[in-house]
Design a protein around this ligand. Sequence first.
Ligand SMILES: Cc1ncc(COP(=O)(O)O)c(C=O)c1O
Length: 390
Amino acid sequence: MYRIGKEEAEEVTKVLASKNMFKINDVNRECERFEEELREKFSVSHSIFVTSGFGALTSALTAIGAGPGDEIIIPAYTYIATAMAVVACGAIPVICDIDETYTIDVKKAEEKITERTKAIIPVHLQGFPCNMDAVLALAAKHNLLVVEDACQADGGSYKGRRLGTIGIAGAMSFNHFKIISAGEGGALLTNDDKIFARSLIYQDACAIAFFGNQLDGIDEPQFCGSEFRANEVSAAILRMQLRRLDGILSDLRKNKAKLTAILSKDYKIGKSNDIEGDCGTILPLVFDDEESAREFAAAFENEAFLPIDTGKHIYNNWTAIMEKRGAFNPLMDPFKHPKNIDYVPDYKNEVYPVTLSLLAKSVFIPINPDWTDEDIENIVDGFRKRAANK
Ligand SMILES: Cc1ncc(COP(=O)(O)O)c(C=O)c1O
């Protein structure tokens, strides 16, 4: 989380005073208004505020009809939740290498396509936009659906279109580590009426028919789903956070550009599919090898890290997926489902060379939107002194 202040506290106080924190109500209507404001800011016809990015992803995947017999292509560099959402729907994640932009390598994704491939999930990890032109072209050629994971890229864009609004559906996250946050939270965005209707039923399967008029205009049949219903307190915070979003992004991008201008004289900057739409949260530097990357990161002290060290963001640390345990009860396990069992990848023995080598020789510098020019100079000076004295 980057910025939060008294405005959020005031809005929360109003909700608490109303003594109504349930999503569907006629008192505050914070969730309803947050969904409206999301639609407006992201120029989409439908939005659903849910409890998590995982909830948004599983709602979207359920709504496209993903299930046993389906394969869904995901990148090797993403948080484990992307893979888990696929498994939660009964489908099989097919892992694909990334390219030098740290996002899915669309050419390699094409090699992974079989007659079972239903969808591809481009993940805009660390706010780096995927090559959506290539993703959409691949999807059109092979009749795949595109569900965007924009959980680490709130508000970013690709060629002027907000991330999460380019595929048939997109997921955002508002957990503590995201660009805007209420501690936890997520949103599903879509322009597709049927995806919206099914996601709506799925994300709040029990309350949907009992409270308010949520099912007005919905002609999809009800089915048993899950419970990812959000609440008024989080919505009150996020309405305020949404107003800050473009300012946060603009300051992140500005500071990233300033640091880039200084460091690009001596270091190689990681490639981007759209630097203007990039969220600006991370400045990636690429070194010749891991040793040089570690040396740089050490001199940058706490300001920098190697992405290879980020645990569950890298496929080989997704223990449950690597060990193919898709559920506690084996009868519920998609990896053991008769429609999947012959097609489960041998994850542990597959290699994704760019993912492992690029992440090991890269250093990521997290950008702070509140840095002043002086802060940036001090950071760089401190780094230069430490590097010279090593
Ligand atoms: C790329 C990605 N996808 C999905 C998620 C899941 O989001 P949440 O934690 O809100 O469920 C995360 C969360 O960190 C994420 O980084």
